[in-house]
Design a protein around this ligand. Structure first.
Ligand SMILES: [Fe+2]
Length: 343
């Protein structure tokens, strides 16, 4: 590989003249944007223990009324970008959100897509385009970009969920904005996961053209766990994994973010291929250890950790464990560069 010229090798008068003209030489910077072989991610493995985050979140509940916060969230910042960074990986934003009994988070709509993985509490709900979605431990709830949504809480204990958004992408594209509106009227019926899409393999008989773009916005955890257990029971001994898909199209549930749930039996190890996508792992339950690019993460229930693009990842469950992996493979698929490399 040829060593490219540096800025310092150029005469000062030439550098000054370039600056004056608003131009810069590419060659000193080229390897930064086009490294050889694979990217050099800024993202570093992040690890957030729920036991550390929870008291801070509950204190936010005392310090800041929801009216002053709109969304009462502590942002999980990528260590590679520093505290306060609005991204956990290049394309994925993560935040831990608290809603207290009786509170509502006002209705809005925005260009980025948001998703929730419910961490604790009963009685919370999200309304997406008029459909009331109960939020129970481990449920995946989608609020796709362009869909109105608000949150409410009819229970008696704090409700906490993990938000995952493709916000960094929209901020980068200068395409991120929101509109606010009144709380939505709720349709008086169960959500689509309990009606139209109650059984895998069955969808309402109708023209595809009439289906909503995002027809199913809640994936109840109980079903996910049941599917994983059956696959584990009758599978080939590998790690049981399921992808969340749009039941009408069979495609990923959102344009840029993908969701994969995995089950590790007690003591089971997993050595996935090196993937070009970035990932955020949320532990629904169980405990274990993961080594990500050499960093050891000893995780337990409700903890969250991240992996950069092209990370080398090894998992080992201490006890039976269930995790949901949020990733940007759908985005990379669309851009045509998702890949997996053998270890
Ligand atoms: Fe939102």
């Amino acid at each position: 590989m040829a060593q490219l010229g540096t800025l310092e090798e150029l005469p000062q008068d030439y550098r000054d003249a370039m600056a004056e003209a608003g131009v810069a030489p590419l060659w000193p910077m080229m390897r930064n944007v086009l490294p050889h072989g694979q990217p050099k991610p800024q993202t570093r493995t992040g690890f957030w223990k729920y036991d550390d985050v929870r008291p801070l979140l509950l204190r936010a509940g005392e310090l800041t009324p929801v009216e002053k916060a709109e969304r009462r969230v502590l942002v999980l910042s990528d260590p590679g970008r520093g505290n306060g960074a609005m991204q956990a990986t290049a394309s994925i934003y993560l935040g831990m959100q608290l809603l207290l009994p009786g509170e509502t988070a006002p209705a809005h709509v925005h260009t980025p897509s948001a998703t929730r993985i419910i961490v604790e509490g009963k009685g919370g709900y999200t309304v997406v385009d008029g459909e009331k979605l109960p939020m129970e431990d481990g449920d995946l709830v989608l609020t796709p970009g362009g869909d109105w949504h608000d949150h409410g809480h009819e229970g008696t204990e704090p409700v906490v969920w993990l938000d995952a958004l493709d916000l960094p992408l929209f901020v980068y594209l200068e395409g991120s904005y929101a509109k606010e509106g009144p709380l939505q009227a709720q349709r008086n019926r169960p959500d689509a996961s309990l009606v139209e899409y109650r059984s895998a393999g069955l969808v309402p008989s109708r023209s595809r053209n009439t289906a909503r773009k995002y027809p199913m916005t809640r994936f109840p955890w109980a079903r996910t766990e049941e599917a994983l257990r059956e696959i584990a029971k009758y599978g080939d001994g590998g790690v049981a994994e399921v992808d969340f898909i749009n039941p009408e199209t069979g495609m990923d549930v959102l344009p840029t973010m993908g969701f994969t749930a995995m089950m590790l039996a007690k003591g089971q190890a997993d050595h996935p291929p090196i993937r070009s996508c970035s990932s955020a792992f949320h532990v629904v339950k169980g405990s274990g250890t993961s080594v990500i690019d050499g960093k050891e993460v000893a995780w337990g229930p409700k903890d969250t950790f991240t992996a950069a693009p092209f990370a080398t990842i090894d998992h080992e469950a201490g006890e039976e464990a269930f995790l949901i992996r949020v990733h940007d493979r759908p985005l990379q698929d669309k851009l045509g560069y998702y890949e997996e490399r053998a270890r």
